[in-house]
Design a protein around this ligand. Structure first.
Ligand SMILES: [Zn+2]
Length: 280
């Protein structure tokens, strides 16, 4: 696809992002890799619903603006984190889809093993730690996860999705938001029911046959395929896992640890005994 066609496609995806309610006002940004020196990206302070090809900017792999009359997005460094670590990725979409973002605000791990399409197209969806948007520190928050997935939720912020072309990168934004919406609805009606290990293995076999990768193909036998017990308990009660996985760090930047029950019991007992001793 030539450069002008790619610019038109960015505008079209921008309209879809805006129409879906994934980006209020000037929220969100979109980029496409042009070659090993240049990336096309959306400008700052423009609604994604009303982009024109001439609004778009060109930057290098350090984020320096090379072309375009408007100033490039301040969140381009986030996109560069993806391109630098994933040579297979050609496009990145960052937006704030409400249902997926709600998981990032609640610091709620996204469960696996609920819907077949989500298993095949997304797989594991980690929640990256929070950082003030715009700077390099913010862009670095996704680096621990970017090799193992195509969709990341940014704590207290939004989502970043990527893929082999812009359409597929954007589809992941739609898939994660629809999935999170269904999870929220199902929890309101009753239980979220999960696939069995056998059903999950069958789906993962299918995923492999379709040519998709999944972090679970590369994990040791001891690691759970679904690990869905985390959903609903949040990060604070999440158990630390030695699996080479994403989504295991809590949103405040610390790996969540299993509470040491013995220590807790001893602390409470000591305090009760101290209080009793005082009252005698
Ligand atoms: Zn944002």
């Amino acid at each position: 696809m030539n450069e002008y066609k790619l610019k038109e496609q960015i505008c079209e995806i921008g309209r879809r992002v805006y129409a879906k309610g994934f980006a209020a006002a000037n929220d969100g940004n979109i980029s496409v890799r042009l070659n090993d020196r240049e990336i096309l990206c959306t400008p700052t302070m423009v609604s994604k619903g009303f982009l024109k090809p001439e609004d778009l900017c060109k930057v290098d792999y350090e984020g320096k603006q090379l072309a375009g009359t408007r100033k490039r997005s301040s969140e381009i460094l986030l996109h560069l984190s993806v391109y630098k670590h994933r040579p297979d990725v050609q496009a990145v979409v960052h937006c704030h889809p409400p249902h997926a973002t709600a998981f990032g605000v609640a610091h709620e791990p996204v469960p696996k093993c609920v819907l077949p399409e989500v298993e095949v197209f997304l797989g594991e969806v980690p929640v990256a730690v929070y950082e003030t948007p715009g700077g390099q520190k913010f862009a670095d928050t996704i680096v621990p996860y970017v090799k193992d997935c195509n969709t990341i939720i940014l704590a207290n912020h939004g989502t970043v999705t990527f893929g082999p072309d812009l359409e597929k990168a954007y589809w992941n934004s739609e898939i994660i938001d629809a999935y999170c919406r269904i999870l929220i609805l199902a929890r309101q009606i009753g239980n979220v029911n999960y696939f069995t290990d056998g059903q999950t293995e069958e789906l993962l076999d299918l995923k492999k046959k379709l040519g998709y990768d999944d972090i679970r193909f590369h994990r040791g036998q001891d690691c759970e395929l679904c690990a869905h017990t985390e959903f609903g308990r949040g990060y604070t009660e999440e158990e630390a896992c030695a699996c080479p996985t994403s989504g295991k760090a809590s949103a405040n930047g610390h790996a969540a640890a299993t509470p040491d029950v013995d220590t807790l019991v001893r602390l409470v007992t000591d305090q009760v005994m101290a209080a009793l001793a005082k009252s005698v």
